[in-house]
Design a binder for this molecule. Sequence first.
Ligand SMILES: [Zn+2]
Length: 1013
Amino acid sequence: MSRRTFVRASALGLAVAATAEPLPAAAGVKQPMGIPYVGAGSNTAVRPFALREVRLNAGLLQEKRDRMKAFLEAYDERRFLMLFNDQAGRPNPPGLQLPGGWENGGLLSGHWAGHYLSALAQAYADQGQQVFKDKLDWMVGELAACQAAITARMDAPGGGDEPEEPVIGRVEGRFGKGLRLNGGSGAEHLRLPQEAVSQLTDFTIAAWVNLAAAQSWSRVFDFGQNTTVNMFLTARSGASGNPPRFAITVGGSGQEQQITGTSALPAGQWSHLAVTLSGSVGTLYVNGAAVAANIGMTLNPTSLGVPGNLWIGRSQYGDPLLDATIDEFHIFDRALSAEEIQSLTDSAAGSTGGGNIAWYRFDEEGGATALDSSPNGRDAGIVPVTQGGGALWAPTHPGYLGAIPEDAVIRLGPPRFAVYGSNLDTNVWAPWYTQHKIMRGLLDAFYLTGNEKAREVVVKMAEWAHLALTVGDKNHPQYQGPITRSDLNLMWDTYIAGEYGGANEVFPEIHALTGEVRHLDTARLFDNRESLFGACVENRDILVVTNPADLGRRRPARLHVNQHVPNFVGYLRIFEQGGGQDYFQAAENFYGMVVPHRMFSHGGTGGNYPGSNNNIEMFQNRDNIANAIAQGGAETCSIYNVAKLARNLFFHTQDPAYLDYYERAVLNQIAGSRADTATTSNPQVTYFQPLTPGANRSYGNTGTCCGGTGLENHTKYQEAVYFKSADGSALWVNLFVPSAVTWADKGFVVTQETSFPREARTKLTVDGSGRLDIKLRVPEWARNGYTVRINGTRTPMRAAQPGTYVTLRRVWRPGDVIDVSMPFSIRIERAIDRPDTQSVMWGPLLMPIVGDPGGGYRELSLYRHLKRDGDYSRAAITPAGTSAAGDPIFTTHGFTLRPWYVGDTQAHSAYFRRVEPQIVFGSIDSGVPNVKRDDGLPRYDVPVSGIPSPGTDGLTFLDVVWDHAPFATHGTFVATVARTAGEFVAAGRLTDEQRDAVVAAAAGARRELTPEP
Ligand SMILES: [Zn+2]
């Protein structure tokens, strides 16, 4: 049944039971007998049901889930083993391709395989389909063999040797030194870090190049995923005359948007090449002069998604490697002017100050790192000329398993303290994050499907991790002894390198499984009391600071969102396994810094703001919403982790606010992160979900972080629909989702039919006998009434307060029916720092305005449409039926609004600007300006360029009045107007005369404001 047909059926009074079919969830799944569960909420007062105990029925979430399950099923799992086999020295079948993205042999490889394991385990737990179990069992068996093969090399000759640092020199450049590629210097090509390109729209890329040979098609740079999605600059395109060419495409060479020069660059001398993009205008410059333009460009670097291959000197196609010397490679986030490009031919930076995104000067003495001379630290890795197959490395400690060499994990610690970068031999990229994903996947395979081998492999990995983080890099010539607490703090404070995700989540679980205390000790090794952990225990918000050096030896001014959110899930797990109250306190306090202080209306967090550095994966400063709606932000795997943290905190506190957030996250950003397409060629999930007016979403994400959590998000929608009390006394109904829960121990099956999320009429059918408290969530947004009927009789209860649970305490009989009604309403949510920046919500759903306003915000005036009941849906923002897919549609001022969860690429605006210049009541204009109160907004903890803080912004007069709606009588309304006007007079915002005019206008608006019956 499609979402549409279900909604129509339910509109007929729920006469069609979507759950009349039997429940294969109870019948079909081979339950892993005797498998202990020691994950989130395993020993709390309120606990989760296993995924296999909850079945989703036809509806929005089932639709999104099934699309992801189709991807999981179609994917050739053997591709995930290729890089593990390479490390283990095991052969791969011919003809297979690497997964790609960041699962491509780079330093983050292995993370995506771990997510795939978790997703397979969840998909199997869902409905017991054997195909997922078969894939999972095969992968676990192969990973076990890889782990054994690596450990068997412990005693091989040369065991524990570090790879030798390649010798790479520099040569004379155009200004200072340069880098010779493929000409005896030892350098083959360069790899740039992700953020050097992936967040650019307008840009300039400029470089000097001195060709040593007249090759065609060799690349000055080539940034992309593969031959389908890329952008490149070649000094000599094979086209007629061999002119230079820039091209960008998301559809292969046949769909390139090109800018082609006029004549070939000569070999044996320096030439300056630059390409700029300003909106739809791309320009190619040679030696400071514009030689060609393309005024119809529709693609820019963000169109490339998250490219895995950011290369200087290498092509996505097998073109010859660049045989040339390069120098002064600049990347800017804007199109330089012709004068500025010209200036780059006179000196290294000309009049520009150097590339503000990255600037590689190649003036270092030598070595495999090209230093970034911009302030951003985006050093590039120089990949050495391949020497021909070396011997396999030998491990330092037994039990290692990974798709990268053990050294690429261990060198994060002393004595090398490697930093993030793209040099495969010297840098690291979140190595413990990747270890976590693999371990998490194995634990899920064990819990959810009963795979015992997965348990054996993950326990060995935990033994290895304990040695790696205590004994450390013992075979290194500069080894100074075991790793100290201070060393660990330094490691975890390092941007991206020290990103360990939720690694501290798996070790407490392994401690619970094995009883070995050292695994809990391993989890504590990830604490960083010197920095964020310590601050969160004390509830000090240091997510963004002005003087990072005061707080840590390596921390950046803004912390990376997804580097840190999952840490706190781990702290909760340590707390649950007896770690102490600090761990709970830190998690609770940290969550409070994110929600609501950094939460956008779709539930996401993180982004740029004026004066911050160019990295939208970082936290914004506290209380910054309106000025953080940058060109992107709100990374999807960050919200995966914030939702995970909220759910886990609820187990401990039963605070309904955590489920309010969870619902917002799941029904908006997470549901919206999956495209509504049937394609199985990639996961079709989002990375960022920008809130900028007129932004759209792009889907894909093979091999990225969000492509990994994306596999999991859509295969575990059951995880919070129902909970149970540990003492067996209560069933918690948290989310309104077509579904059924089987509580075998209590002998209850409860089936939920609901028209949610179109509106909220829900019918619960109880199959079971005996005493049970059924706790129904009253969402924070349910402000239009909440009624409950049991077997048709209205249950007497005090007015259900939004943001609580109501408890139905009763001896139930089979066939008892609970009807819940909680009408949706249109609500306006204001940005906390700028109240006129607003989102429209329909019940729990964010309703963006469809279309691109073309720069700036849509401006809406709504108060003149309101009646005394304050109901926006009467005239201001009105229902317009449903879409073809059954989704609610509204219109206002000729614009269409629809749910954020709709998964397509339409431009839309999550926020609009409220413009209410005059105090009006219906069509009656008081003649008085709708002045603002001085609420001291915005109030940021860290300054935003160009924005005074604290400021003088605040609610308008009409905001304050209408916040009291609904008004029972016209008299109450007028009294509220009079009282508010008095307050504004006292604050010096209105004169006595203005007050009188406003009150008189309100008094005369009885008919205007009376709701239609
Ligand atoms: Zn991500």
